[in-house]
Design a protein around this ligand. Sequence first.
Ligand code: PMP
Ligand code: GLN
Length: 382
Amino acid sequence: MIESKLPNVGTTIFTRMSQLAAETGALNLSQGFPDFDGPAALREAVGRHIAAGHNQYAPMTGLPALREQVAAKIALCYGQTVSADSEITITPGATQAIFCAIQAVIRPGDEVIVFDPCYDSYEPSVELAGGRCVHVPLALPTFDIDWQRFSDALNPRTRMVILNSPHNPSGALISREALDRLAEFIRDRDIYLVSDEVYEHLVFDGQRHASVLAHAELYQRAFVVSSFGKTYHVTGWKTGYVVAPPALTAELRKVHQYVSFCGVTPLQWALADFMLEHPEHIAELPAFYQSKRDLFCDLLAGSRFRFTRAAGTYFQLVDYSEIRPDLDDLAMAEWLTREHGVAAIPVSVFYQAPPKDLRLVRFCFAKREETLGQAAEKLCAI
Ligand code: PMP
Ligand code: GLN
């Protein structure tokens, strides 16, 4: 028998719920991915670059043209100048970027503070580095940081804090004031930051994303991670990037170089072309997803689910306590899928110790209007 290095890891909830949706023929609002395609010009560019022979290894750090586009976007969105050469690295997905950042700085015995509910890839990545996650629950119902609990968790072993804003699964946004507060807490400590900002462009109601890239003090110790998959509706391309100051980037690249060496070449060419030619794509993204959120929420207003509209991401949490208070959220997600034909993600799986009586499930609204309409019809009939 092999002694597992990750004894607590099984098949992810995303795989399980997507499988159950496929088996039962349910509408899949569980795993986060669009049921529509990315822009035609972007997809066509991949074929063009494959035909043009862009099929060998990309540079380890990423295609220069794509790193330049990312730098230009960061200047435009956050008013910050970062070096395409020494601060931006293209990776095969945000997951790999997060993994490499953690491996680059975490040593056995180090502690990493994560905020629950937290994305599922963080903890195994920390454990493989020999570290330990310390879970600090976000304050309900707003999913803000509970500073007392955060400060209680800090100690000389704390080596990293992982932030995620816009936040999966709640859709909550971190404020600039919260970043300032965090900076105060960790100012005199040897602590790094991973800021998972994969939903950076999915921010609604005229709010602005408070990026760690725009926080000069925090950025000095940060790895800021994003994903082209979310921004360009191509989650299956598994292409992302990480921005970090030169010294941190150098360490991250030492890991990335031996985890994958580089990202997929023709995808990087296509993304570089598309970003140059279609800067409006990012500008239009908030309104694009806000109208999906509003359609879904307007339709759900007639249901017995209770919710506050998501401030960001493409996820909507709903409280089902008026419908099946007897079911925990795992059972509820399964019941919704099997009996009502709409698959959802339970929220307790993102916790080390879920709050008692948590009655929340997550729906993904990155779907065509037709899908959202059909799902809402089923959900309103319950
Ligand atoms: N972080 C969060 C919060 C996510 O929701 C996702 C999406 N699956 C990722 C990271 C991973 O992104 P990617 O698919 O680019 O690896
Ligand atoms: N990030 C996606 C979600 O939250 C899932 C990605 C995956 O399946 N690993 O639904």
